[in-house]
Write a protein that binds this ligand. Structure first.
Ligand code: FE2
Length: 146
């Protein structure tokens, strides 16, 4: 699958570049194809320390009811070993996709926030993808079936 990165805000699009960036509004011309933009684990069954700190850990929760019946929650943290959040080294944002279609960006600041996110989803099934961007170590992605 081809990956296209927005040169303005870092948003990653899959398959093809969008006409307009859904995060910052940049035009299609701002996107560049970059198949190496997202880091993947070398051995998914045996993550090294760097991977444990950066690959989103997704936990699907069901039946919370906050947004009515059928509300599916996802708890996402970066990563299975919590990443540091300091001015020099932090997680800038977490982008979420359902079946590779963008649904939200969650901006983080180094101060006062943990690199975690809880969201309520209105979908009964599909593939939830979380992509995070570390200011030093780049983009890392994880996906789970809802
Ligand atoms: Fe990092």
């Amino acid at each position: 699958m081809n990956t296209f990165i927005c040169g303005k805000c870092g948003y990653a699009a899959f398959n093809e570049a969008p006409t307009v960036c859904p995060v910052c509004g940049a035009a299609k011309q701002a996107f560049k194809e970059d198949s190496a933009a997202i880091k993947k684990p070398i051995d998914p069954g045996n993550l090294n320390e760097m991977e444990k700190k950066h690959i989103p850990a997704i936990d699907i929760k069901r039946q919370c009811g906050l947004a009515g019946p059928g509300c599916v929650d996802a708890h996402i943290k970066i990563g299975s070993i919590l990443h540091v959040m300091e001015a020099k080294h932090y997680i800038m944002y977490i982008d979420l996709y359902i079946d590779y279609n963008f649904i939200a960006r969650y901006h983080l600041t180094a101060e006062k926030l943990n690199p975690v996110l809880g969201v309520h989803l209105k979908v009964p099934s599909g593939k939830l993808i979380a992509l995070e961007n570390c200011n030093i170590h780049g983009r890392w992605m994880a996906e789970v079936e809802i």
